[in-house]
Design a protein around this ligand. Structure first.
Ligand SMILES: Nc1nc2c(ncn2[C@@H]2O[C@H](COP(=O)(O)OP(=O)(O)OP(=O)(O)O)[C@@H](O)[C@H]2O)c(=O)[nH]1
Ligand SMILES: [Mg+2]
Length: 208
Protein backbone atom coordinates (compact mmCIF):
# COMPACT_ATOMS: atom_id res chain seq x y z
CA UNK A 1 0.00 0.00 0.00
CA UNK A 2 1.35 3.43 -0.91
CA UNK A 3 1.88 6.09 1.75
CA UNK A 4 -1.01 8.10 0.36
CA UNK A 5 -3.40 5.19 0.75
CA UNK A 6 -2.08 4.48 4.22
CA UNK A 7 -2.76 8.01 5.40
CA UNK A 8 -6.26 7.81 3.86
CA UNK A 9 -6.82 4.61 5.80
CA UNK A 10 -5.67 6.23 9.05
CA UNK A 11 -7.81 9.27 8.36
CA UNK A 12 -11.03 7.26 8.01
CA UNK A 13 -10.12 4.81 10.78
CA UNK A 14 -10.64 7.58 13.24
CA UNK A 15 -14.43 7.78 13.23
CA UNK A 16 -17.00 8.47 15.87
CA UNK A 17 -20.81 8.38 15.99
CA UNK A 18 -21.99 11.82 17.09
CA UNK A 19 -25.71 11.12 17.23
CA UNK A 20 -29.02 10.48 15.60
CA UNK A 21 -31.28 13.52 15.25
CA UNK A 22 -34.98 13.38 14.45
CA UNK A 23 -35.54 17.10 14.14
CA UNK A 24 -33.32 19.74 12.65
CA UNK A 25 -33.23 21.91 15.75
CA UNK A 26 -31.82 19.12 17.93
CA UNK A 27 -28.69 18.68 15.80
CA UNK A 28 -25.65 19.13 17.95
CA UNK A 29 -23.50 21.86 16.45
CA UNK A 30 -19.79 21.23 16.53
CA UNK A 31 -18.04 24.45 15.80
CA UNK A 32 -15.58 24.72 12.92
CA UNK A 33 -16.17 21.20 11.59
CA UNK A 34 -17.68 21.01 8.12
CA UNK A 35 -20.28 18.51 6.95
CA UNK A 36 -20.61 16.50 3.78
CA UNK A 37 -23.87 14.62 3.40
CA UNK A 38 -25.16 11.49 1.67
CA UNK A 39 -28.56 11.78 0.19
CA UNK A 40 -30.70 9.73 -2.14
CA UNK A 41 -33.76 7.58 -2.57
CA UNK A 42 -34.55 4.88 -0.05
CA UNK A 43 -32.43 1.78 -0.42
CA UNK A 44 -29.93 3.42 -2.80
CA UNK A 45 -27.03 2.45 -0.51
CA UNK A 46 -26.25 5.54 1.61
CA UNK A 47 -25.56 3.69 4.84
CA UNK A 48 -23.54 1.02 3.00
CA UNK A 49 -21.48 3.82 1.47
CA UNK A 50 -20.66 5.35 4.87
CA UNK A 51 -19.63 1.91 6.15
CA UNK A 52 -17.46 1.34 3.05
CA UNK A 53 -15.78 4.73 3.40
CA UNK A 54 -15.00 4.17 7.07
CA UNK A 55 -14.27 0.45 6.53
CA UNK A 56 -16.65 -0.43 9.32
CA UNK A 57 -19.32 -3.10 9.14
CA UNK A 58 -22.15 -1.24 10.79
CA UNK A 59 -21.24 2.26 11.83
CA UNK A 60 -24.26 3.32 9.78
CA UNK A 61 -26.98 0.68 9.89
CA UNK A 62 -27.76 -1.15 6.69
CA UNK A 63 -31.09 -2.71 5.97
CA UNK A 64 -32.90 -4.61 3.31
CA UNK A 65 -36.03 -2.72 4.29
CA UNK A 66 -36.17 0.65 2.56
CA UNK A 67 -36.94 3.62 4.74
CA UNK A 68 -34.79 2.34 7.58
CA UNK A 69 -32.74 5.46 8.24
CA UNK A 70 -35.41 7.85 9.50
CA UNK A 71 -33.21 10.37 11.23
CA UNK A 72 -30.09 12.38 10.46
CA UNK A 73 -27.09 10.38 11.63
CA UNK A 74 -23.79 12.15 12.03
CA UNK A 75 -20.33 10.56 12.10
CA UNK A 76 -17.20 12.58 12.74
CA UNK A 77 -14.02 11.65 10.91
CA UNK A 78 -10.63 12.47 12.39
CA UNK A 79 -12.12 15.39 14.39
CA UNK A 80 -12.08 17.06 10.98
CA UNK A 81 -15.18 16.50 8.90
CA UNK A 82 -18.65 15.05 9.51
CA UNK A 83 -20.26 12.42 7.31
CA UNK A 84 -24.00 12.93 7.46
CA UNK A 85 -26.38 10.07 6.62
CA UNK A 86 -29.75 11.55 5.65
CA UNK A 87 -33.04 9.64 5.55
CA UNK A 88 -33.94 8.19 2.16
CA UNK A 89 -36.60 9.98 0.15
CA UNK A 90 -39.35 8.70 -2.10
CA UNK A 91 -40.30 5.43 -0.49
CA UNK A 92 -44.03 4.84 -0.90
CA UNK A 93 -44.52 2.39 1.98
CA UNK A 94 -43.49 4.93 4.59
CA UNK A 95 -46.71 6.64 5.78
CA UNK A 96 -47.54 9.94 4.13
CA UNK A 97 -47.12 11.86 7.38
CA UNK A 98 -43.73 10.29 7.91
CA UNK A 99 -42.76 11.03 4.32
CA UNK A 100 -43.65 14.66 4.78
CA UNK A 101 -41.74 14.86 8.07
CA UNK A 102 -38.66 13.26 6.56
CA UNK A 103 -38.92 15.60 3.55
CA UNK A 104 -39.05 18.58 5.88
CA UNK A 105 -36.08 17.26 7.87
CA UNK A 106 -33.97 16.83 4.71
CA UNK A 107 -34.96 20.23 3.35
CA UNK A 108 -34.31 22.05 6.64
CA UNK A 109 -30.91 20.43 6.90
CA UNK A 110 -29.86 21.33 3.34
CA UNK A 111 -31.20 24.87 3.45
CA UNK A 112 -29.97 25.80 6.94
CA UNK A 113 -26.84 23.84 7.76
CA UNK A 114 -24.24 26.48 6.99
CA UNK A 115 -21.27 24.16 7.51
CA UNK A 116 -22.55 21.81 4.78
CA UNK A 117 -19.84 22.06 2.13
CA UNK A 118 -20.73 19.16 -0.16
CA UNK A 119 -23.66 16.88 -0.91
CA UNK A 120 -23.16 13.45 -2.44
CA UNK A 121 -26.37 12.51 -4.22
CA UNK A 122 -26.55 8.75 -4.59
CA UNK A 123 -28.32 7.24 -7.59
CA UNK A 124 -28.82 3.50 -8.03
CA UNK A 125 -27.11 3.00 -11.40
CA UNK A 126 -29.60 0.41 -12.56
CA UNK A 127 -32.67 2.44 -11.55
CA UNK A 128 -31.32 5.71 -12.96
CA UNK A 129 -32.53 9.24 -12.26
CA UNK A 130 -36.13 9.85 -11.18
CA UNK A 131 -38.04 13.13 -10.96
CA UNK A 132 -37.58 13.15 -7.21
CA UNK A 133 -33.79 13.13 -7.73
CA UNK A 134 -34.14 16.13 -10.03
CA UNK A 135 -36.15 17.88 -7.28
CA UNK A 136 -33.17 17.19 -5.03
CA UNK A 137 -30.64 18.69 -7.51
CA UNK A 138 -32.90 21.76 -7.64
CA UNK A 139 -33.11 22.03 -3.85
CA UNK A 140 -29.34 21.68 -3.45
CA UNK A 141 -28.70 24.32 -6.11
CA UNK A 142 -31.24 26.64 -4.53
CA UNK A 143 -29.37 26.24 -1.24
CA UNK A 144 -26.14 27.09 -3.15
CA UNK A 145 -24.34 23.89 -2.14
CA UNK A 146 -21.86 22.01 -4.25
CA UNK A 147 -22.79 18.44 -5.09
CA UNK A 148 -21.55 15.31 -6.80
CA UNK A 149 -23.42 12.31 -8.13
CA UNK A 150 -22.49 8.88 -6.84
CA UNK A 151 -23.81 5.97 -8.89
CA UNK A 152 -24.23 2.97 -6.60
CA UNK A 153 -24.45 -0.81 -7.12
CA UNK A 154 -22.54 -0.73 -10.43
CA UNK A 155 -21.84 -4.46 -9.91
CA UNK A 156 -25.35 -4.95 -11.33
CA UNK A 157 -24.63 -3.10 -14.61
CA UNK A 158 -22.59 -3.63 -17.76
CA UNK A 159 -19.82 -1.26 -18.80
CA UNK A 160 -21.69 -0.12 -21.92
CA UNK A 161 -24.82 0.62 -19.88
CA UNK A 162 -22.71 2.72 -17.48
CA UNK A 163 -21.07 4.75 -20.23
CA UNK A 164 -24.50 5.55 -21.76
CA UNK A 165 -25.68 6.57 -18.31
CA UNK A 166 -22.70 8.88 -17.88
CA UNK A 167 -23.35 10.51 -21.28
CA UNK A 168 -26.99 11.22 -20.57
CA UNK A 169 -26.19 12.51 -17.08
CA UNK A 170 -23.49 14.77 -18.45
CA UNK A 171 -26.06 16.54 -20.58
CA UNK A 172 -28.51 16.80 -17.67
CA UNK A 173 -25.79 18.34 -15.49
CA UNK A 174 -25.33 21.21 -17.96
CA UNK A 175 -28.33 22.76 -16.18
CA UNK A 176 -26.48 22.55 -12.84
CA UNK A 177 -23.06 23.77 -13.95
CA UNK A 178 -22.60 26.17 -11.07
CA UNK A 179 -22.90 23.56 -8.31
CA UNK A 180 -22.24 20.18 -9.92
CA UNK A 181 -18.70 18.83 -9.39
CA UNK A 182 -18.21 15.19 -10.28
CA UNK A 183 -19.50 11.72 -11.05
CA UNK A 184 -18.43 8.68 -9.04
CA UNK A 185 -19.14 5.08 -10.05
CA UNK A 186 -19.22 2.77 -7.06
CA UNK A 187 -19.99 -0.63 -5.70
CA UNK A 188 -19.68 -1.22 -1.98
CA UNK A 189 -20.17 -4.90 -2.69
CA UNK A 190 -17.07 -5.05 -4.90
CA UNK A 191 -15.27 -2.17 -3.17
CA UNK A 192 -15.10 -0.24 -6.45
CA UNK A 193 -14.72 3.51 -6.62
CA UNK A 194 -14.75 3.92 -2.83
CA UNK A 195 -11.17 5.19 -2.74
CA UNK A 196 -12.10 8.05 -5.10
CA UNK A 197 -14.79 9.20 -2.69
CA UNK A 198 -12.38 8.87 0.23
CA UNK A 199 -9.88 11.09 -1.61
CA UNK A 200 -12.59 13.62 -2.39
CA UNK A 201 -13.70 13.79 1.26
CA UNK A 202 -10.08 14.04 2.40
CA UNK A 203 -9.64 17.04 0.10
CA UNK A 204 -12.87 18.58 1.40
CA UNK A 205 -11.63 18.18 4.96
CA UNK A 206 -8.78 20.59 4.19
CA UNK A 207 -11.30 23.25 3.16
CA UNK A 208 -11.88 25.84 5.86
N1 LIG B 1 -25.50 -5.29 -5.27
C1 LIG B 1 -25.27 -4.31 -4.41
N2 LIG B 1 -26.09 -4.09 -3.36
C2 LIG B 1 -25.81 -3.05 -2.52
C3 LIG B 1 -24.67 -2.21 -2.72
N3 LIG B 1 -24.67 -1.27 -1.75
C4 LIG B 1 -25.77 -1.51 -0.98
N4 LIG B 1 -26.46 -2.58 -1.43
C5 LIG B 1 -27.69 -3.16 -0.83
O1 LIG B 1 -28.78 -2.24 -0.93
C6 LIG B 1 -29.64 -2.33 0.22
C7 LIG B 1 -29.82 -0.97 0.86
O2 LIG B 1 -28.60 -0.48 1.38
P1 LIG B 1 -28.55 0.67 2.50
O3 LIG B 1 -27.12 1.06 2.63
O4 LIG B 1 -29.29 0.29 3.72
O5 LIG B 1 -29.38 1.82 1.75
P2 LIG B 1 -29.83 3.25 2.31
O6 LIG B 1 -29.77 4.19 1.17
O7 LIG B 1 -29.07 3.62 3.53
O8 LIG B 1 -31.36 2.93 2.67
P3 LIG B 1 -32.36 3.82 3.61
O9 LIG B 1 -31.66 4.12 4.88
O10 LIG B 1 -33.53 2.90 3.74
O11 LIG B 1 -32.73 5.03 2.83
C8 LIG B 1 -28.98 -3.36 1.15
O12 LIG B 1 -29.61 -4.59 0.96
C9 LIG B 1 -27.53 -3.39 0.68
O13 LIG B 1 -26.89 -4.63 0.95
C10 LIG B 1 -23.79 -2.50 -3.83
O14 LIG B 1 -22.76 -1.85 -4.09
N5 LIG B 1 -24.14 -3.56 -4.64
MG1 LIG C 1 -29.70 4.13 5.45
Amino acid sequence: MSNGNKSLKNFFNSNKFIGSFQSYKTIKKIKSINDCCFIGRSNVGKSSMINAITKTKNLARISKTPGRTQAINIFMINENINLVDLPGYGYAKVSKVMRDNLGILIEEYIMNQLNLIHAYVLIDAKVGVKNIDIDMFDLISEAERNFSIVFTKIDKCSQSYLSNLENSMQSLMKSYKKYFNNFFFTSTKKNEGIINIQKDIYTLSKQK
